[in-house]
Write a protein that binds this ligand. Structure first.
Ligand code: UTP
Length: 240
């Protein structure tokens, strides 16, 4: 089983803490601790990326320049996780999908950051899961699942236990059109999930052990995104 885990910067490093990064590393190691499983991690940039981008924008940088700054921060966060994983991880954040694939072939855990301007690490994780025909894509975020609208903006927003990729695209497009709101995954990621049909789970990754439980036991309180014909009962991940 090939698993891609996207870890938001806001859950990996809400503040700099060796203890927190170590807990994520232990969870990744426990998931990777079987010849039958491969794991790739994509680290986000979180508040630090936003802070740097904000200052660069004030200094007159355009969006693409700001994106490169964001990518650098995601790679710095990836390096922290690599430090905690030691020999289990590929020693550098791969800068291309091909390099990450080579790391997997070497039985190492690739820990990537961003790859190119114009997107976020949500899309990196979705593209890599498509590129490698991964079995499962997990978004460990600071929200507990996919809502019908942005819950910080709409009191009527409801959390969904499961939905189809097509429904995800509709929700993301609607959320992104409402100025000032944030969707749980970016639009490009939603479109890639739709076209690849990869099984996807969005969950609250504040406690790294919850990611482990979702992958190894199929238990989580987040949202499952599955194509219509693959919709299955709760506990769907048990087979893994
Ligand atoms: P993130 O993926 O961390 O953005 O990338 P996010 O989703 O807003 O943050 P968290 O981590 O989930 O809280 C940070 C920034 O880096 C640039 C973008 O500017 C993005 O907003 N980036 C990242 C890219 O340009 N390309 C990438 O492939 C990844």
């Amino acid at each position: 089983m090939d698993i891609v885990i996207s870890v938001g910067g806001s859950v990996l490093v809400p503040e700099l803490s060796a203890e927190r990064v170590s807990r994520f590393a232990r969870a990744v190691e426990n998931i990777a601790d079987s010849e039958e499983r491969s794991v790739t991690v994509v680290a986000g940039g979180g508040k630090t990326a936003r802070d740097y981008i904000g200052v660069a924008r004030e200094l007159g940088s355009n969006d693409a320049m700001c994106d490169y700054l964001g990518i650098d921060v995601t790679r710095i966060n990836a390096r922290l996780l690599i430090a905690a994983l030691g020999g289990t991880a590929y020693p550098e954040p791969p800068t291309s999908y091909r390099e990450a694939e080579d790391a997997l072939a070497d039985d190492k855990v690739p820990v990537m950051g961003g790859t190119a301007p114009g997107q976020t690490t949500d899309a990196v994780a979705a593209v890599f899961s498509e590129y490698t025909d991964a079995d499962l894509l997990v978004y460990a975020t600071s929200v507990d699942g996919v809502y019908t609208a942005d819950p910080s903006d709409d009191a009527d927003a409801e959390k969904l236990d499961r939905l189809t990729p097509d429904e995800l695209v509709q929700i993301v497009m609607q959320t992104q059109m409402d100025a000032g709101t944030n969707s749980v995954v970016d639009a490009l990621a939603a479109k890639i999930i739709e076209r690849s049909g990869v099984r996807t789970v969005v969950l609250d990754g504040t406690e790294p052990e919850d990611i482990e439980r979702a992958v190894l036991e199929g238990k989580h309180d987040g949202t499952e995104i599955l194509p219509e014909d693959e919709n299955v009962e709760q506990g769907a991940l048990d087979e893994f």
